[in-house]
Structures are given as C-alpha cells and as structure tokens.
Design a protein around this ligand. Sequence first.
Ligand SMILES: [Zn+2]
Length: 417
Amino acid sequence: MNKALLIKGGRLVDPARKISRVGNLLLKDDKISWVSEGRENPVGKAYDTLTAKGLIVCPGFIDFHCHLREPGFESKETIATGTKAAAYGGFTTICCMPNTRPPLDSADMIVAVKNKAEQEGMIQVFPIGCVTKGRKGKDLIYMEPLVKAGVVGFSDDGDPVRTPELMEEALEIGKMFNLPVIDHCEDPNGGPPEGEEKIAARDLEVAEKTNGWVHIAHVSTAGTVELIRQAKKKGVKVTAEATPHHLLLTADMIEKRGSLAKVNPPLRTEADRQALVAGIKDGTIDIIATDHAPHTMQEKQRPYADAPAGISGFDTAVGSLMWLVQSKQLTLTELIACLTNKPAAILNKPLGSFVVDSVANVTIIDPNKEWVVDVNKFLSLGKNTPLAGAKLTGKVVATIYQGNLVYKDDSVIIGLR
Ligand SMILES: [Zn+2]
C-alpha cells in the first residue's frame, strides 16, 4: 500500500469531537493527516482512494477486556490468531487478561506477551497484570515493575479479588500509578445475581474509602448498574464495562444453545439487559468490552455443567452490536463512543479520535451488509458462540492499523482517483 490513503465519502463518526457527517479522511505516513470539514477534497496529488460511500468511518476500536490464552492454552487461542480475529472484528487495540498459564504476574511475563504481540500480532496489545501472585488470591504482587513493563490495569479476572483487605491494598497502590483494579464480581459462595452485586457493593465501598480506581468488568445485572450509578453520584472513582453478549442476549439462549451460551457472568433477564443499555445511555456504563473468551469445541461440547464458561467474541462483536442502533436502543454515536474515545480515556492514551497527527487507526463498517455467522470462517481458534448461524445486519469491512490495511472485505474498493 502507498504511504497515503484517502478514505472518501463515508460517514465520519468521531464521538470525542462530536463529528458525525459525510466527509473525507486522509491518512499519511501512518498518521491521520487531514479531516475534511465538508465534502471537499484534500489539496495535492491524486491519492490511493478507498471508496466509503454508504459506509461508517470510525477511529480504530479499542477492547479493554479479552483473553488471548497464550501462554498455556494455545489450543484455545494464540496471540497471532487472537489479534487476527480482533483486526477482522474492527479492533486496533486490545487489552488481554492475565489468567494464562503461567499467569501474567511478573514484568518478564508482561514483556514476553508484548514482544510476542509485536512480532506475531496484527494490532496493538496491552497486557493486564494479576492482582495477586500466581493469581492465587493470597499475596498482592509487587505492582511497580509491571507498571514499568506497560500494564494498563490489574485483575485476577476469572475470580474476584479474594478479600476486601486485598482490594484495599490493591486500590491504594493502583492509585499511585493511576491504574484501575479490574473487578470480576462474583461471590464464590453466593448464587447469581446476588453474588455479583454483593462483591460489586463491597468493592465500591473500598473504592470510596481509598479513593482508588475500581473498574467493574462485565456488568450483567440491573442491581449492579444501579450500585455503580449511585457510586458515581457520590464521586467514587469507578468505571464499568458491559459485553456485547449481555447487551444482546438473555438467559433463554441457554435452553436453545446449551453450553455455547454458558458464560460468566451468565446471561440474565430482559430487564437486566435493558438496564445495561440504559446504563450506557446515562454514562453509568462507560465502555463495551468483548470479554472474548475462546475455548475448543471439544470443551464446549461437554454437558452444560462441565463445559467452560466463555464466548468467542471478536469476529461478531461489532456486527451484532449494530442491532442496538437498528432497533433504536442506542444512537450510532453512543455505540461508537463505547468502542473508541471512552476506552481510550480509561487507557489514558492518545487513541480513539481523528486527531491530526495521531496514529492512523481506522475502522470502517458497512451498516447494511447482511451476513450469516459462520464459525468455520472465524479467524479466532475459538468457534464457541451462541450466535452461530445468526443473521446479522452490519459488518466491519475494513480495519486500518498504523496506516496499514490489516483487514479488508472484498466489497471495499481501493483505486487511484
Ligand atoms: Zn471475568
């Protein structure tokens, strides 16, 4: 590809700058070079041009929560396959959870994942470090070396931070680095949905006491949404995410799809789903994160009780989320903000907006493209999704990372204009 690319005639949607209009975007030398005011062309020579008429052109999508499974579980996913699936799904930046084998609890492990991602990955990977040594829930890790190695947060995801005392210590130290402790809210002794709400309430209280930053992962119940809403009103430093599957699906999927719909936290009621959408609308829920959790089909074909929890999300996330816009539950800008500038704010990095001279990360969506989810075509090794066979309208058709086209659908045309 040439070092310059003009993306022409698409709807530019950049929530950070309140842009939603048809226009043109010029990428040059891996940077955003120019954004049109209206439909005018850039000055200068003829550029390689991507025809984006009828398409939605956004800053590259950011996923704050995924599982790449490497090291230790390479039959489920690798950094190479996971980042490829993420690029196909429209993501240019992803943050991977530390529940690998061994877990990411040292600076060496963090550096190893980052190096592997740079060598074999298609897009940017930011690792998240463990809260406790070996992710065992006993002793807090020494955070500073991991911060220096580049973690963007700490989490024992898969499990909650075991005790309020540990959470307090973690939030105190996380605060010094302005990094969140990411909370998987589940009470091992309490049944859902109360178990989630119990731990969320506990840790919001600790966050209030310490003034530390807690990020509530995969919020799934109306009760948790309300707890976060009240905490934010009180000025507690809390951010929160919801997953595509909790925003789109409900527990009836478990009867229809069995183990493929088994996920942690589990799919809930329609009232819970609607509360999550309302939480996005009023800012209680900050971002949408995939919690991409690939497993082998062998594991997922086990009976429900024995199958591992998780849904492979990269390939379908954006296509399925477009339903929220089509059914007028969210505006396009509200949806895109949850995937661009809002996660960028949590990462505290200059991403997620078409700022001139910022890195040329771009995601292009065809809102009208109809497609059927075919897991055999997934780029992820994880074929585990209850959406297999679903008909979706809206699909990512091109992903540009650091000025390079890392995914392009055949329908997208690039030529010299
Ligand atoms: Zn989790």
